[in-house]
Design a protein around this ligand. Structure first.
Ligand code: FAD
Ligand code: DHB
Length: 385
């Protein structure tokens, strides 16, 4: 089989890249190890930056998002028994949207533009330093296949094979804590997200819809989710999020999903080698605080699609040659922001750190310079920054 771009991975990066390439008149085939249902139901990110929403709208994927998503003006920061609202609209003129990654994935599948081969195995990249690279794999019926292409796009997340095809420098930070995340069938107890610093550890109240809440607790690495009963989770969330503070109440409800998420920062540079280009989690991972993972994947493939359309349709390699540097500017900005939010809000047990964190939180909530810096990064810089 032959195509112009062989895309490995049908997560949001791979499917959106295929959609954008099709709009630019470039063919692609997407290879995915998992089933369509599995990929569509993975519970992951939930917040879209303004520029992600604008991009999805521009390319015909914004109808359900705008009808069913929830636009937020900002976030709350809770610490030392006080709740402060940061209004991103006042500070930067930008908003964020609550719309689950599962929903973005469904919209991409419904668009029907991507030719995806699900449940493949043994995916391997070949001849990536030539202008005729190819991918071999075993299809869902067990037959060995070869996909010839002009370019390979590695959108296969942090465990896929594409990363290994790019000789690169790695930068990594592993954090000494994880998140215990729950989904609950209960209306959110807040109109906008609450990020809480508490001496027991960080907590976050997020949401997925008017009837589904998503909440997180900082827990030690290696925590078994089964060791936290539902009752204990709600009690600890109430304590850390400020139940009772100025009359605010956290409403508990049935927990439908419970998992532990380790946290790390990782960047691989460059994001290209020969005819392989990396995008999304295949090239970088951020800790979830600040919700940058999905937004970075969207920004990467926006740049990459423009570069590949220019290269494959007009024979102009300039954007493709600049892709890695262009993408990495935003990657490092988001890597810094995610690290900064994470280290400001998670307790380490060190009393000196705790005082620095509280001082930083006070600055961010009382100085317009501090607040604007957080808001500008959280609501997101324009794609191409
Ligand atoms: P992925 O979504 O990982 O997609 C990669 C795809 O490649 C997958 O479908 C995978 O099955 C496929 N693949 C892997 N290996 C192969 C192979 N050999 N051949 C073919 N296909 C392959 N971000 C937030 O902002 N907030 C959150 O709360 C949040 N929670 C997360 C929870 C978890 C458990 C994880 C892993 C990530 C979370 N993220 C979160 C990050 C966010 O979901 C990712 O940044 C986003 O999914 C990146 O999209 P992607 O398409 O680059 O990678
Ligand atoms: C969510 C996750 C985040 O990491 C974050 O900063 C905000 C929201 C979420 O899953 O809803």
């Amino acid at each position: 089989m032959r195509t112009q771009v062989a895309i490995i991975g049908a997560g949001p990066a791979g499917l959106l890249l295929s959609h954008l390439l099709a709009r630019g008149g470039v063919e692609s085939v997407v290879l995915e190890t998992r089933s369509q249902d599995y990929v569509a139901s993975r519970i992951r990110a939930g917040i879209l930056e303004q520029s992600s929403v604008d991009l999805l709208t521009e390319v015909g994927l914004g109808d359900r998002l705008r009808a069913e998503g929830d636009e937020h003006r900002g976030i709350y920061l809770n610490f030392a028994g006080e709740r402060h609202h940061l209004d991103f609209v006042d500070l930067t003129g930008r908003t964020v949207w609550v719309y689950g990654q599962t929903e973005v994935q469904k919209d991409l599948v419904a668009a029907g533009t991507a030719d995806v081969r699900y449940e493949v195995t043994d995916v391997a990249l070949h001849d990536v330093e030539t202008d005729r690279p190819y991918v071999t794999y075993i299809d869902s019926a067990g037959a060995t296949q070869r996909l010839d292409a002009e370019v390979i796009a590695g959108c296969d997340g942090s465990f896929g094979p594409s990363r290994q095809a790019v000789p690169a420098e790695h930068f990594e930070r592993v954090y000494p804590y994880s998140w215990l995340g729950i989904l609950a069938d209960v209306a959110p107890s807040t109109d906008e997200l609450i990020y809480a610093w508490h001496q027991n550890g960080f907590a976050l109240h997020s949401m997925r819809s008017p009837t589904v809440s998503r909440l997180y607790l900082q827990v030690p690495n290696g925590t078994d989710p089964a060791s936290w009963s539902d009752e204990r989770i709600w009690e600890e969330l109430a304590t850390r999020l400020g139940h009772g503070q100025d009359g605010w109440k956290l409403n508990p409800g049935p927990i439908t999903d419970k998992s532990v998420l380790p946290m790390r920062s990782y960047v691989q540079t460059p994001m290209r080698h020969g005819r392989v280009f990396l995008a999304g989690d295949a090239a970088h991972i951020v800790p979830p605080t600040g919700a940058k993972g999905l937004n970075l994947a969207i920004a990467d493939v926006t740049l990459l699609s423009q570069a590949l359309v220019a290269m494959l349709r007009s024979g102009d390699p300039a954007l493709a040659d600049a892709y890695s540097d262009d993408a990495l500017r935003r990657v490092w900005r988001c890597t810094h922001f995610s690290w900064w939010m994470t280290t400001m809000l998670h307790t380490s047990g060190d009393p000196f750190d705790a005082q620095l964190q509280l001082s930083q939180l006070r600055w961010v909530t009382t100085s317009s310079a501090g607040a604007t810096g957080l808001a500008e990064n959280y609501a997101g810089l324009p794609i191409g920054f």
